[in-house]
Design a protein around this ligand. Structure first.
Ligand SMILES: [Zn+2]
Length: 412
């Protein structure tokens, strides 16, 4: 590893459409290759020919361009078997959304199949040779199946974090630092910390208790991957009448087929056994008479959640409990800022109470700093962030911090 060249195809200075090209000696690697899932999506720069493509996890901002990549070139994809399953479902779903909304998409069903077959599954803690260095995968604590990648030889080592979480959640164990010389660190929560998890969970339950006791329904918008299972586990012992609608059930089944990625298969099974699943329009009406509805999509930009809100939007006793950060331009953001939602293009006022609970799957600012310290790197490359300055400020006390721009080559 004499000479390491790197550049971001996207996702350097923003959250979304991530792609990193790493050139180490004579080998060229691609780490993640995603889209920004806006409508229509925005795409990273084209990837050069690479020897191996590495995928940290299934979220579309990291994975969304892989079916396009396999159409353009024949590099193998290394990721977990679980990420392979989940990303395939997300690709098919995003293709469906593109068709429904009438914009062109850079790949088709055959490319999705090819992306699936191109995967050579790698397990957490597995080591694999690449030329005269080796690659090791570590669990990232972000969503089930998520990885960090270490690339090393006897003289130097690089760690690519992907998206990480360092705290234990109901669903997952937090990740641990890995000693390295060069750390590529995500900075989603640069400058922002999360509330303490236990008290957040308590507040969430208490809020629902209050809504239900006054005769309202709690609508809880969730992402199908990870958040719906996490919230089902938080509610597991609450005794509420909980319904789940949307893709969450299907994703839950896949998680249970791969229990080694979970903190506790038993606890997830138990939580899901206490949930009723909406599988037809009749059950949707039953769910409206229940107490809690977990439903996609997490940012209210589609999915069954709009149906429920449309039914309950004039009921001030009912509430919408957002469970994750709402990106600018989404319905969720509009609800928080203006108290309204666009239903299929028409903006409508929502009289329900609105709450925001920060059940993030990303490490907060302080946790990122702790993690980076534990890795004791000489250099830290910050990416995947809207504002890297606050994090850079705290990291420069113990490492050289690099803040690359998309498309600009830097050497390490
Ligand atoms: Zn992610």
């Amino acid at each position: 590893m004499k000479d390491i060249k790197a550049y971001f195809l996207g996702g350097g200075s923003e959250v979304g459409k991530l792609g990193l090209v790493l050139e180490i000696d004579d080998t060229r690697l691609l780490l993640d290759y995603g889209i920004s899932p806006t409508s229509p999506p925005s795409y990273p720069m084209p990837a050069p020919p690479v020897d191996i493509a590495l995928l940290t996890h299934a979220h579309l901002d990291h994975s969304g361009m892989f079916p396009y990549l396999v159409r353009e070139q024949d590099a193998p994809i290394w990721t977990t078997d679980l990420t392979r399953e989940i990303s395939k479902i997300l690709y098919v779903d995003s293709l469906k959304v593109a068709r429904a909304e009438g914009y062109a998409y850079p790949y088709d069903k055959n490319d999705i199949k090819e992306a699936y077959y191109r995967v050579i599954p790698i397990n957490p803690f597995e080591t694999r040779p690449i030329g005269d260095f080796e690659l090791k995968a570590y669990p990232a604590g972000h969503i089930p199946g998520s990885l960090m990648f270490e690339i090393r030889n006897s003289s130097r080592s690089i760690l690519f974090s992907g998206d990480i979480n360092t705290i234990n959640t109901r669903l997952l164990h937090g990740t641990k630092p890995v000693k390295c010389d060069i750390l590529f660190l995500e900075g989603t929560y640069s400058g922002r910390d999360h509330p303490e998890r236990k008290s957040l969970e308590r507040e969430f339950i208490d809020t629902i208790e209050d809504i239900v006791s006054k005769g309202g329904v709690a609508i809880v918008p969730v992402f199908a991957v990870s958040r719906s299972q996490e919230i089902a586990m938080v509610l597991s012992r609450s005794g509420f009448n909980v319904w789940m609608d949307g893709m969450g059930e299907r994703i839950s089944k896949i998680f249970l087929k791969h229990p080694r990625y979970l903190r506790s298969e038993k606890e997830l099974k138990k939580a899901l056994s206490r949930v009723k699943f909406v599988r037809n329009p009749q059950q949707r009406k039953h769910a409206l008479k229940g107490e809690v509805i977990l439903t996609t999509s997490g940012m209210l930009d589609g999915g069954p959640v709009l149906w429920y809100i449309e039914k309950l939007r004039k009921d001030p006793k009912s509430a919408i409990l957002l469970t994750g950060y709402q990106v600018d331009g989404t319905n969720g953001r509009q609800l928080l800022d203006k108290g309204s939602i666009s239903f299929y293009g028409v903006s409508q006022k929502v009289d329900c109470q609105v709450y925001y609970f920060d059940f993030s799957a990303h490490a907060g600012h302080t946790q990122l700093v702790e993690f980076a310290k534990g890795c004791s790197p000489e250099k830290i490359v910050l990416f995947h962030s809207e504002d890297r300055k606050p994090l850079a400020e705290d990291l420069k006390d113990f490492a050289e911090v690099i803040i690359p721009e998309n498309g600009k080559v830097f050497t390490l």
